[in-house]
Design a protein around this ligand. Structure first.
Ligand code: GLC
Ligand code: GLC
Length: 812
């Protein structure tokens, strides 16, 4: 069952009923100002850091679901009836409800009692504000007297403190109102140089800034007293809970259309220009006034919206495919790329499952997110790489997370997730392959952000490799530390106390438990660094690194092969994890995909056997399970993974992030159809038809789909902020479609599914547009490539000086 449909021409998902199984959200803003907005206008906004600069308040896990957002009320001032054009919070049955989630904007509208109302919400490029562009139309034959009420509830900046520290916070709220602008300036009198504002393009009949004055005591957003009465009291909030409410009266002739613009913004003043007059507590508005003045003009709003659309055209046009499968086309051309932008911007901080207060930018996560983003805005990828490298520790390890406002490592989470360093090498390699910007390797970057510790980025990468070399266990495999990619495989934790963090508690000394996943990542990273070194003329270093990779591959083959598949780990007692010898958790997905990608035992055929085991034991109709059999009880020595009920999260769900590793592995082995099938099973667009079961948004990936052991098999959770986005993008574009950036050009090695006659791709790469046409000539999967009519030796298109290059690929 569906709750809407894809409009691919406009790059929108159109939701046609408001009561989706869960709030289906979108993101506004690309750089500093970010908003989460649901299909019924729920959600919140923040500046840069979802915890420390929260602009509006949002109550997670609220009842009713998703109550609180950017709400508008329309009131028929003749009869007194009122409703919300976005359904929430009044939940009136309107006609023609639609929510169009697009690239950086959301458009919600409906018709009620002859009044059509549409709101377009978006954040302009390069502005730190959110626009609500409301259009109201009188569809009836008679004139109508209407009131419009806007509403936001301000957050007192630190979202964590805001939700807990009431003894202070109920005393500190402060606002100002000038003309049609409400300023939220809590703490501006002392240590903050920033304030929020809520502006309206129309003269006001009245306003409210005190929550209780607007809602009335003991009432909620669904029936505010001021709206019910049609009268506002011009309350000025001092303490309690500041809100922003505008009251505007509209008289609409039959057929008349009116536009009202609201701006919710964030602004910083220079510290010496905070007050006007100096010495007062009144905000100096001279720097913000031009911004407000600009965006309250309809022409400017339309211009900003057009600029946003154009920017997205450019971002998405870097890679466009026309294939026989609409789900491939739609996800690659639109939604998967879009999700990659969102994960790059927000890591795992703020979604409807990540509350924005718990987690900063993950080191492992951000490096992976970059893999699916780097082709869109390489300059930002470069900046991110340097930021990440600057949080690296001198021993090559890394802070597991950093805070976006300060770019400092997060002490409370710390380090010793032993896979972290490898990801920095892999993301830097991806950046070099996309851009050829070798100069980045020479950039001096500090360790732990400490001035004076700078070394060239290249040395950071060398220390990443050394970090693993310095931490090998009894079998010669890498020690796992607190966890590897799988945060929940905690082999040194041994936690029996409620509330202890599985990731940061260490009750064992950690010199025994080893990980084949880190081994595979190490091989991949060492090989990349070997190529990078060769490119830099460091021949000996390159040879050395290749030897390290080969040695590790041998070690995995010797001590990490279980007979039918790759082992997952050795535990604290030196016993195998993910082995036929175990009674639960016999086979894990991660090493099967990653060791195949790393080429372990390829000559001996091990990956073929491993992937057959994945196919036989882990593959389901909804995707590939993380492990089998699921853990049915808590195993002290395995940690959090065994804390989840069977079929959920790391305990045998379809953990979507891992599936693309198998897709890539299948593609490497030439299993064309298995690769595509694995891709399509978890493809959100393909799953749209079962939205009632899947329940999360059908346009983005979720972290997990409940596994076969769970009573909710097939139900997704934790949509949006997951490494699934980047890895699926890599799997489909680089390995199945096979258009893969390499150090010296674009590699073309499609793995054509047997049912496909071909496909075409437009790829902008290092200044050249490649028009690539792939056609099947025979049943095999060998490639013959012609460039502008000339046969190419091999499959690597060298960098071109031309503006455009025609590439024909024959598969057979
Ligand atoms: C979450 C984390 C990611 C981790 C994964 C598996 O998605 O953000 O870092 O790799 O879970 O535990
Ligand atoms: C939990 C989750 C895991 C996530 C981790 C982050 O353990 O199961 O997916 O990566 O928290 O701390």
């Amino acid at each position: 069952m569906r709750f809407g449909y894809f409009d691919d021409v406009n790059r929108e998902y159109v939701i046609t009923r408001p009561d989706t199984p869960l709030p289906w959200i979108n993101y506004l803003g690309m750089r500093d100002f970010f908003s989460l907005i649901s299909n019924t206008a729920g959600g919140y906004a923040f500046y840069q850091d979802a915890r420390l600069r929260r602009i509006t308040r949002y109550r997670y896990n609220n009842v009713p679901l998703d109550m609180g957002g950017r709400y508008l009320y329309l009131r028929d001032d003749e009869g007194g009836e009122f409703w919300s054009p976005t359904w929430m919070p009044t939940r009136h049955q309107a006609e023609d409800y639609t929510c169009r989630h697009g690239m950086g904007y959301t458009h919600i509208g409906s018709t009620y009692r002859g009044i059509r109302a549409d709101v377009r919400y978006f954040v302009p490029l390069d502005a730190t504000l959110e626009i609500w562009d409301l259009t109201v139309e009188n569809l009836t034959e008679s004139p109508r007297e209407l009131s419009v009420f806007s509403s936001v509830e301000f957050c007192l900046w630190d979202a964590q403190d805001d939700a807990t520290n009431f003894q202070r916070n109920l005393n500190i709220g402060e606002v100002e109102v000038h003309d049609s602008v409400i300023y939220h300036k809590t703490e501006y009198r002392e240590r903050r140089d920033h304030f929020a504002y809520f502006a309206c393009s129309e003269p006001l009949t009245g306003f409210e800034t005190q929550r209780e004055a607007f809602l009335g005591a003991y009432r909620g957003w669904e029936r505010p007293q001021a709206v019910e009465r049609g009268v506002t009291s011009n309350s000025l909030s001092v303490g309690w809970s500041p809100v922003g409410v505008h009251h505007v009266r509209l008289r609409l002739a039959p057929g008349e259309v009116r536009r009202v613009i609201f701006l919710l913004g964030y602004h910083e003043n220079p510290p010496d220009r905070k007050f006007d007059p100096p010495g007062s507590h009144t905000i100096d508005k001279t720097t913000v006034a031009p911004v407000i003045g600009k965006y309250l003009q309809p022409g400017q709003v339309d211009g900003a919206f057009a600029a946003l659309r154009t920017a997205w055209d450019g971002l998405l046009n870097v890679f466009q495919v026309v294939s026989p499968d609409e789900h491939v086309n739609r996800m690659v051309n639109i939604w998967n790329a879009y999700q990659c932008m969102i994960t790059f911007n927000l890591s795992r901080s703020a979604s409807y499952f990540e509350s924005g207060i718990g987690r900063g930018m993950g080191f492992r996560d951000s490096n992976q997110d970059l893999l699916g983003f780097v082709h869109m805005v390489p300059e930002r990828a470069r900046e991110r790489l340097l930021d990440l490298a600057a949080t690296q520790l001198e021993d090559g390890g890394a802070y597991h997370q950093y805070q976006p406002l300060t770019k400092r490592g997060n002490d409370s989470v710390g380090s010793n997730f032993n896979d972290d360093p490898a990801w920095l090498v892999l993301s830097t390699a991806a950046y070099l392959k996309e851009t050829g910007d070798w100069g980045i390797l020479d950039v001096p970057v500090p360790y732990e952000n400490m001035p004076g510790t700078e070394t060239p980025l290249l040395e950071h990468l060398q220390r990443c490799i050394q970090y693993t070399q310095d931490r090998l266990g009894p079998h010669g495999l890498p020690l796992i530390g607190r966890a590897d990619w799988n945060d929940c495989l905690n082999l040194n934790t041994f936690s029996d106390q409620p509330g202890e963090s599985f990731q940061t508690t260490e009750n064992r000394n950690g010199q025994v438990a080893e990980s084949t996943v880190i081994a595979a990542l190490f091989i991949l990273a060492a090989k990349e660094l070997a190529e990078i070194s060769a490119h830099q003329g460091l021949t000996e270093e390159s040879v050395r690194l290749n030897r390290l990779a080969a040695d590790m591959a041998e070690t995995v083959q010797r001590s990490g092969w279980d007979g039918g598949w790759f082992l997952r780990a050795y535990d604290h007692f030196g016993e195998p994890v993910g082995s036929q010898a175990c009674d639960e958790g016999q086979i894990f997905i991660e090493p099967q995909g990653l060791c195949t990608m790393a080429g372990v035992g390829l000559a001996e055929g091990l990956p073929y056997t491993a992937l057959d085991a994945v196919h036989a034991r882990l593959t389901t109709e909804h995707g590939i399970l993380l492990l089998q059999p699921a853990f049915t009880r808590y195993h002290l020595h395995l940690g959090e993974i065994t804390s989840y009920p069977p079929g959920f999260k790391e305990n045998a769900s379809i953990f979507c992030h891992t599936n693309p590793w198998v897709m890539i592995a299948e593609a490497i082995l030439g299993h064309t159809d298995r690769a595509l099938e694995a891709y399509l099973r978890i493809n959100p667009s393909q799953r749209e038809a079962i939205s009632d079961l899947h329940r999360c948004e059908p346009y983005v990936y979720a972290q997990t789909i409940a596994g076969a052991d769970s009573p909710r098999f097939g139900e997704a959770k934790n949509s949006w902020l997951t490494g699934t986005a980047a890895w699926n993008y890599v799997a489909i574009t680089q390995w199945i479609l096979g258009i893969r950036p390499d150090y010296d050009g674009l590699r073309i090695e499609p793995v054509l599914p047997t049912g496909w006659e071909g496909f075409s791709v437009t790829r902008h790469y290092r200044g050249t547009t490649y028009e690539i046409k792939v056609q099947r000539q025979g049943p095999g999967n060998d490639c013959v490539v012609r460039v502008d009519g000339q046969p190419l030796e091999g499959t690597l298109l060298p960098q071109s000086a031309k503006e455009s290059v025609a590439v024909e690929v024959e598969i057979g």
